[in-house]
Design a protein around this ligand. Structure first.
Ligand SMILES: [Zn+2]
Ligand SMILES: [Zn+2]
Length: 279
């Protein structure tokens, strides 16, 4: 259990680039993990993951003591941020979990526009999932990591998170890939990968299959830019507008501006294969 605690902490820090505190407590026979970001984000929010009798997983997200600025930022969340938040909700539901929202102490439906028109003064988000007891021994760590990422991502999607300029360069200037802000955003990344997996959507390459443990969950994400001639606000859909790609395919996508479409690179690979087979 202590091992799971450390693993969650390391995973979240790596994934969201924010330091987290993870505590483990036993309630009767059941473990409870408490996850909270610290430093500048001290006591903003807390995620609690309960595993009851090894069959019921409960995830609770609540604001903490110094959450005033966070509530303000939630109330200011624009249409784009809300769309990403709702994608997280959908993803959680697709995993077979039930998710409930209590806003200003009332049960609310987040799909209802009215819920967003009122100022949120307090909230509690609760997700529950029934787990197959037979599979839990192998899945415990994976399950906890998956849910801690989802819960943190869900909340961060509404907040202004500082994006450290993460530079991704390939060897040599020619292959330099400048990732756009959507691709660097860990909240979008988590949503995209949680839905699409870790294999390249263009060539199928999977790092773990080739490199073993060190390749676990290594992949780039690419934002498919639609012809951006339309004005107004752009609502990013990380599940459909972003795809996991290996660094090679990613570099090829960005060989022109605007980038190639994924189908075009797939087509090129197919044609090259056919040429190779003919000769
Ligand atoms: Zn690839
Ligand atoms: Zn890209």
């Amino acid at each position: 259990m202590e091992k799971i605690c450390r693993a969650i902490k390391e995973d979240l820090q790596l994934f969201y680039d924010i330091p987290f505190d993870v505590k483990l407590k036993m309630e009767y026979q059941d473990p409870v993990f408490t996850i909270s970001p610290y430093n500048e984000l001290e006591e903003l929010f807390e995620v609690k993951i309960y595993l009851r009798q090894r069959i019921r997983l409960i995830v609770e997200i609540e604001p903490q003591k110094y959450s005033a600025s966070m509530m303000e930022s939630i109330n200011k969340a624009d249409v784009g941020k809300r769309a990403v938040f709702l994608q997280y909700v959908e993803l959680i539901r697709r995993k077979g979990a039930k998710i409930e929202f209590y806003i200003n102490k009332q049960p609310r439906n987040v799909l209802d526009e009215q819920t967003w028109n009122e100022a949120w003064n307090s909230f509690r988000i609760r997700a529950t999932q029934i787990i197959d007891e037979m599979t839990i021994d192998n899945l415990e760590l994976e399950l906890m990591i998956d849910w801690s990422r989802l819960a943190v991502g869900l909340l961060l999607s509404l907040l202004e998170i500082e994006n450290k300029e993460e530079k991704q360069y390939f060897e040599g200037r020619v292959y330099q890939v400048t990732q756009n802000r959507y691709e660097r955003n860990p909240v979008n990344r988590e949503l995209c990968l949680s839905a699409n997996g870790y294999s390249c959507k263009i060539c199928g390459f999977n790092f773990e299959e080739t490199y073993g443990e060190i390749g676990h969950e290594f992949i780039h994400v690419h934002h498919i830019e639609m012809v951006s001639s339309f004005g107004g606000e752009y609502c990013l859909d990380p599940v459909n507008d972003m795809i996991p790609v290996c660094p090679n395919c990613h570099a090829m996508l960005h060989r022109k501006t605007p980038p190639y479409m994924p189908e075009e690179i797939r087509e090129i690979i197919k044609n090259m294969k056919m040429l190779g087979e003919e000769s």
